[in-house]
Structures are given as C-alpha cells and as structure tokens.
Write a protein that binds this ligand. Structure first.
Ligand code: SF4
Length: 197
C-alpha cells in the first residue's frame, strides 16, 4: 500500500532495508494459495483419518467429525469471533488473505480492535483450535501407520505434513502475515517474527 510505505519514510532506505508492503487487498493468487492449501489440508486430513481407521465405524465418525470441526472452525467460527475485531473488517474495500473479512462483514457485528489479540488467549482460543485443525490429522495418522502400514496412508501423511510445513515456512512468513495490515496487533504475526520485516 503506497500510503503506508510513504508514512514509514522508507523511500530513502536501501533495498535490503525496505520493509514488506502491506496489502489492504491481497492479490487473488494469495487468496487461492491460502484457501487452496487450507481446504486441501482439511480434506486430506479427513480422508486420511477415514482411510486409516475406516475398518471400524468409529473411523468414519472420527473422520467426519474432524472435517466438520476443521471447516467450521475456519470458515464459521473465525468470521464470527475473530474477524470482527480485525482491521480488515473496518477498512473500506479491503480483502484479507483468507477473504474471511468479506464473510464476516455480512454475518457478524463489527468488534473492537483491542479485542483482536484475544484470538490467542485461553485454552480453547481460536488460534489453538486452528492449530488443532492443522495438526490433528498428522497426529492421528502416526499410530495408524505403525499399526496398519500402507503406502497410500504414507502418501497422505507426507502430503499433509508437507502442507503444514509449507504453511509455516512459506505461506505465513512470505505470503500472508508479512504483508498483513493486522500484523502489528496479531499475536500470530508476533510469533512468526514478521512485524519488523
Ligand atoms: S498477521 Fe497473519 S494470522 Fe494475523 S491476521 Fe494477518 S494473516 Fe492472519
């Protein structure tokens, strides 16, 4: 965003000292990358769990519960509870990396900026639920691989693990959080160390 860069007085800095630009509107490619990897992660996670434990009805229940939990945490709870406090829900014509600010504006009342860091407070906070949705299939597949190994299950495990690593080492630090207008308040951006970049 040109205005933000100018206000930081970065026009005089050498290229290596320049900070990342902030996206009031993320490009469509970022939205597709973020949501594509998220949806793929959840779908492969749920399918992997069913594949791993599907010999009993409990495997199907576990797999479908995981799918319901992961999708509703990300695409229902987040826009209802976290996004209303985010700066993207207050800025006109904004589009965050997930696009959830657009949904949130339609289904929830605008919140307070001071409440945004609450997303990381408490055992069942949004950040912990989000992390659980990402990590649960990885944890669930490990015992299944040991007890009932198959190459197909191994492929699921490797791909899900890969998606997790790409999210933490590429998507968050290079595509999403580093360019996020909310990074100065967001606990996740603090944890990723992108605030000063
Ligand atoms: S800093 Fe990262 S986690 Fe926080 S709101 Fe922005 S994109 Fe989401």
């Amino acid at each position: 965003m040109p205005g933000l860069e100018a206000s930081r007085g970065e026009g005089m800095l050498p290229p290596e000292k320049k900070k990342a630009s902030l996206n009031v509107r993320y490009p469509v490619s970022s939205l597709l990358t973020y949501n594509g990897s998220t949806i793929l992660h959840f779908l492969l996670g749920g399918t992997g769990i069913i594949l791993a434990y599907g010999s009993s009805w409990a495997g199907y229940v576990f797999g479908f519960l995981y799918l319901a939990f992961s999708f509703s945490e990300m695409y229902v709870l987040m826009p209802l509870t976290v996004c209303p406090n985010c700066v993207y829900c207050r800025k006109a014509n904004s589009l965050c990396v997930s696009g959830l600010n657009v949904i949130s504006k339609r289904i929830a009342k605008e919140g307070e900026a001071e409440d945004f860091p609450k997303r990381a407070r408490g055992l069942l906070c949004s950040n912990n639920l989000y992390m659980a949705a990402l990590i649960l299939p990885v944890i669930a597949l490990i015992p299944a691989l040991m007890l009932n190994f198959s190459y197909l299950l191994l492929v699921f495990f490797i791909v899900i693990m890969g998606l997790l690593l790409v999210r933490f080492f590429v998507i968050f630090p290079k595509i999403a959080c580093i360019h996020c207008v909310a990074k100065y308040r967001c606990p996740q951006a603090g944890a990723m160390g992108v605030r000063d970049k």
